[in-house]
Design a protein around this ligand. Structure first.
Ligand code: HEC
Ligand code: HEC
Length: 255
């Protein structure tokens, strides 16, 4: 009896949640660009302007930046920007733009289509995920060393640049984000158009980045923050010197 009542309540509740649309939601049926416009008005207009022309001291024009830049900036959580810093930082995207969910992907596509409709610009790559991971990791490594490592380090760990800027660790970037970062060159990063790095070369670079990421879960179980010889030397000092003193004392005691 109580169980029946509970079940009844649960089904009514679920049916209600499913059938009654949440207010404020942009309708899923609206054509892509229209849906994108509604999302833009809500999350981006205050800084980028009613016609994407930009707003002085708030945000640059988005005319011609294209859907690739939109995808990169929004899916990595850089946009919508919350506060001005030397450089917009990667952070978890708001749930409505989370590329890990169906709704997030749909909203990202809509927003991209809306921006793309204003002056064109670099498109997102066809395909996603594994389709963007090339077969030739060795070639990817060579290309990475000549094009990316001066800023992102040889293993993609990242590094400090001038004026409060930095090249981020490539730990978390998805294949789409790696691809669109290369295509659009955010901030201090150069643009790698398809003339500079063909789609196939980009895909091999992505394969390399994913591979070194895998390798870096230090075989010893503890990677000392990956800061290199300095920390390693320090740890040797901390552990090694007492050990040597111990040996010396032991030898002394035996003599
Ligand atoms: C609080 C202000 C603010 C909001 C809100 C905001 N942006 Fe931005 N946006 C900026 C600033 C400032 C920059 C340039 C600095 C940077 O890239 O870090 C920028 C840069 C960008 C760029 C890169 C432009 C280029 O030339 O490559 C894109 C794309 C972008 N924003 C899209 C969006 C979208 C889409 C939204 C809404 C989901 C949004 N922004 C919301 C302030 C904002
Ligand atoms: C001149 C230095 C420089 C070079 C060279 C460079 N980058 Fe970057 N990269 C940056 C900077 C700076 C950012 C951060 C930009 C921002 O936050 O707006 C960045 C951001 C990224 C991101 C975003 C990471 C994230 O998690 O959000 C990816 C992915 C990336 N770079 C990949 C590459 C690849 C691949 C190459 C080589 C083809 C490359 N970069 C070459 C400076 C560089």
């Amino acid at each position: 009896m109580a169980l029946g009542l509970l079940l009844g309540l649960l089904t009514t509740g679920t049916a209600y949640a499913v059938l009654v649309p949440a207010p404020q939601r942009v309708s899923a049926e609206a054509p892509l660009v229209e849906r994108g416009e509604a999302l833009y008005r809500r999350s981006c207009l205050t800084c980028h302007g009613s016609a994407l022309q930009g707003v002085p001291d708030r945000g640059p024009s988005l005319i011609g930046v294209g859907e690739a830049a939109t995808y990169f900036q929004v899916s990595t959580g850089r946009m919508p920007l919350a506060r001005s810093t030397a450089q917009a930082e990667r952070k978890p995207p708001p749930p409505e733009f989370d590329p890990g969910t169906e709704e997030g992907r749909r909203n990202l596509a809509a927003l991209g289509a809306y921006v793309q409709a204003h002056g064109g610009g670099p498109r997102r790559p066809e395909g996603s995920g594994a389709a963007l991971v090339g077969p030739d990791t060795a070639r990817g490594g060579k290309l990475f060393r000549s094009n990316c490592s001066q800023c992102h380090n040889f293993t993609g760990r990242g590094g400090v640049l001038a004026a409060g800027k930095f090249a981020p660790n490539l730990h978390d970037a998805t294949p789409e984000q790696l691809y669109t970062a290369m295509l659009t060159g955010p901030q201090a990063m150069p643009v790698f158009s398809d003339r500079e790095l063909s789609p196939g070369e980009k895909a091999d670079i992505i394969a390399y980045v994913l591979e070194v990421r895998g390798q870096r879960n230090a075989p010893g179980g503890f990677n000392l923050g990956e800061w290199g010889p300095t920390t390693e030397g320090f740890v040797v000092f901390l552990l090694g010197v007492p050990a040597l003193i111990g040996v010396a004392l032991w030898l002394g005691a035996r003599a």
